[in-house]
Ligand binder design. Structure first.
Ligand code: BDR
Ligand code: CA
Length: 317
């Protein structure tokens, strides 16, 4: 398979951090840049966290761009109950050398897409504010996107309200802009990411890889799995965001179904819900390929391979 060019927009976040490890360490992917949005925590925190992770992995050359501090319309929400005060509570990192680039993430997205050959996949695992703003700033950038692959939404229950999943609820208007941009969309929602629960035996398995990445994984999951248990009662934390990157590495990993998807923008009790017409009741054209199933053992194999691709030490010092 040819190397796939990707832009990765995220709000690290424990599961974003694992996705970042996978994206930065996979030779099948060319990671053109990491763009950062406020979501799980404030922009200062999520930007710092991305830099910490890349520095820890010895991948400081991968550029990080910080973007939007706030959603397009609604008030900001964060997920401190899951990800802690820093957004990445748990691991202890050495002093930070790596800094975000001076260019704003939205400008970087526009610049990179416009100078591309239309061969870039944009992966998002946070609120979709940066991508939506890029599409508003330069509408012609849409044509340059090969596909949008997002972690977000749900056709079953939400995880912030009964109706809505965090990444969509945190900026529903941005999600609407992205879903209606006329580009292919793969929506990887809670319906499948709740199937990849990181049970203690999975953490033990990854620990045996004994690389800088696997040690970080263990520290991240220590916090994440505890808060997921406290908030949702899961015995293992659902490792939402890495499913996006893993699905690029193995196109057979996730089963999708074309559906008409509309974001609830009513500002009522279902604000931010992804209304997915799984049975085609509305007779409307499909607007997204929605993930409906995942090969769970294969997912953990991909994660383990990704963690083993790093050296024992990284560049922690
Ligand atoms: C999503 O919300 C965030 O807390 C996670 O990082 C993930 O992207 C799951 O709803
Ligand atoms: Ca995230």
């Amino acid at each position: 398979m040819a190397v796939q060019k990707i832009l990765y927009d995220c709000d690290p976040g424990h599961d974003d951090a694992v996705a970042l490890m996978l994206a930065a360490g996979s030779p099948e992917l060319e990671l053109l840049g990491v763009t950062i949005v406020a979501g799980n925590q404030t922009l200062d925190n999520t930007g710092r966290n991305a830099c910490h992770v890349l520095q820890w992995l010895g991948r400081e050359e991968i550029p990080v761009y910080t973007g939007c501090e706030r959603p397009m319309v609604r008030d900001r929400v964060t997920a401190g109950d899951i990800h802690g005060e820093t957004g990445l509570d748990g691991p202890v990192f050495p002093p930070l050398r790596k800094r975000p680039e001076p260019e704003h993430a939205v400008r970087f997205l526009v610049r990179t897409l416009m100078s591309s050959q239309g061969d870039v996949t944009v992966v998002t695992s946070g609120p979709m504010t940066n991508l939506a703003m890029a599409l508003r700033m330069e509408p012609a950038a849409a044509e340059k996107i090969r596909r949008i692959v997002l972690m977000g939404g749900s056709y079953t229950n939400g995880n912030v309200t009964p109706a809505a999943e965090f990444n969509i609820l945190a900026d529903p208007e941005a999600a609407h802009v992205c879903f209606t941009a006329g580009r292919p969309v793969t929506m990887i929602g809670l319906d499948v990411t709740r199937k990849v629960l990181c049970y203690p035996e999975i953490v033990e398995r990854m620990a045996r890889a004994d690389t800088c990445a696997s040690r970080l994984f263990v520290d991240l999951m220590g916090h994440f799995c505890r808060t997921q248990k406290e908030v949702f009662g899961w015995e293992g934390g659902p490792l939402h965001d890495p499913v996006t990157i893993a699905s690029l590495l193995d196109p057979a990993l996730v089963v999708t179904k074309p559906m008409n998807v509309r974001i609830d923008l009513s500002h009522g009790e279902s604000y931010g819900r992804t209304n997915c017409d799984a049975f085609g009741y509305l007779g409307l054209p499909a607007t997204a390929d929605v993930a409906v199933d995942i090969d769970v053992p294969r997912f953990w194999d991909i994660i383990e391979t990704g963690l083993r691709r790093y050296s024992e030490t990284g560049k922690q010092a």
